[in-house]
Design a protein around this ligand. Structure first.
Ligand code: HEC
Length: 154
């Protein structure tokens, strides 16, 4: 009976492909990095939009505000990762200042992740005033970064 077709060398090759260590991955295409970043931002925007409706009491969905707050906390954790060097040309609204002013950009991102966490804490606490206040702070943190680092929409 034949035990296996896989020679040790082939096995090694197959396991390398399966594990895909970063040094074997092809370079990322800047267009893909931009597309990924924009889709990711859209997801954040979606959660903010739905949360806004809930906070304003336009709709009432039991437990949903916490879902959005949790998602926003996760999604805003490390925003600078979305901006690899070289992803600054092509179909992007990201401004050059992001890379020339990297530390301040990181601070804008940090502020947002802190604001998300504070918003989630407020939602957890169930205190309406705190929820309103921290939701507003979070919205302002988004705007603060967009104002400096994102091309104005026509
Ligand atoms: C640290 C900076 C920064 C923070 C914080 C930030 N953004 Fe952005 N956002 C950007 C940049 C830069 C772009 C443009 C990206 C591009 O076009 O490549 C963008 C794009 C977007 C877009 C448009 C995506 C598209 O192309 O369709 C939305 C929506 C968005 N952000 C929502 C938000 C929301 C909501 C928050 C807050 C919860 C937020 N962003 C926080 C920097 C930031």
């Amino acid at each position: 009976m034949k035990t296996s077709n896989l020679s040790p060398l082939r096995l090694l090759f197959v396991s390398l492909v399966l594990v895909s260590p970063p040094w074997l991955l092809a370079e990322e295409d800047p267009e893909d990095q931009i597309k990924y970043r924009q889709n990711y931002m859209k997801a954040i925007g979606g959660h903010m939009g739905s949360a806004n409706q809930l906070v304003r009491g336009k709709v009432d969905r039991q437990g949903h505000l916490m879902r959005h707050a949790t998602a926003l906390t996760q999604l805003t954790k490390d925003l600078p990762v979305l901006f690899p060097e070289g992803s600054d040309f092509g179909e992007t609204d990201a401004k050059e200042e992001i890379w020339s002013d990297w530390e301040a950009f990181e601070q804008a991102a940090n502020k947002t992740s802190k604001a998300s966490a504070a918003f989630a804490n407020a939602v957890q606490s169930g205190n309406g005033d705190a929820i309103n206040e921290h939701f507003k702070d979070l919205g302002e943190a988004c705007k603060g970064c967009h104002k400096k680092y994102r091309e104005e929409e026509e």
